[in-house]
Design a binder for this molecule. Structure first.
Ligand code: HEC
Length: 123
């Protein structure tokens, strides 16, 4: 193989590689953007439905006229639960407590977005 062929081959490989990495970068940006909007939507829903009891930062005790008091959503007791568990609590509520079921108000994707927002409160 001559040096020229080798160089041409190298350039070909390099250009394919850079095209591919630009493609990946774009995909990553779109994903980040989508997550950003989901998070904003989660915040909006949280403020509309949950803040009254759980407080602006999710620290609970915003509305302390109920027993048990609203959970502090930033604690490890809550954050340690899996996404599936929390999503279930949000949709079904906690029987016998003031934490009601939200499946009437929140769609499946609303619920995921609120969950995303709750996760962000702990950070
Ligand atoms: C009427 C007040 C009230 C509202 C409104 C409310 N919650 Fe709650 N929530 C509670 C109370 C009280 C508890 C604690 C229940 C318990 O300790 O058994 C709780 C518990 C929770 C928990 C479970 C914590 C755990 O570890 O068991 C999650 C998650 C939660 N709420 C999320 C939400 C979300 C999301 C919304 C809005 C869609 C919301 N809550 C709206 C009162 C409320």
């Amino acid at each position: 193989m001559s040096a020229r062929t080798l160089l041409a081959a190298l350039l070909l490989v390099l250009s394919c590689w850079s095209v591919a990495s630009v493609g990946f970068g774009q995909e990553r940006d779109e994903k980040a953007l989508r997550e950003y909007y989901d998070l904003q939507e989660g915040r909006r829903l949280y403020e509309q439905y949950c803040r009254f009891c759980h407080g602006e930062q999710g620290k609970g005790k915003a509305y302390d006229q109920v027993t048990p008091p609203p959970a502090d959503l930033t604690t490890s007791a809550v954050q340690g639960k899996s996404d599936a568990e929390l999503a279930n609590i949000i949709h079904e509520g906690e029987p016998g407590s003031p934490m009601g079921a939200w499946k009437w108000a929140l769609s499946e994707s609303d619920k995921q977005n609120v969950l995303l927002y709750i996760r962000s409160l702990a950070r």
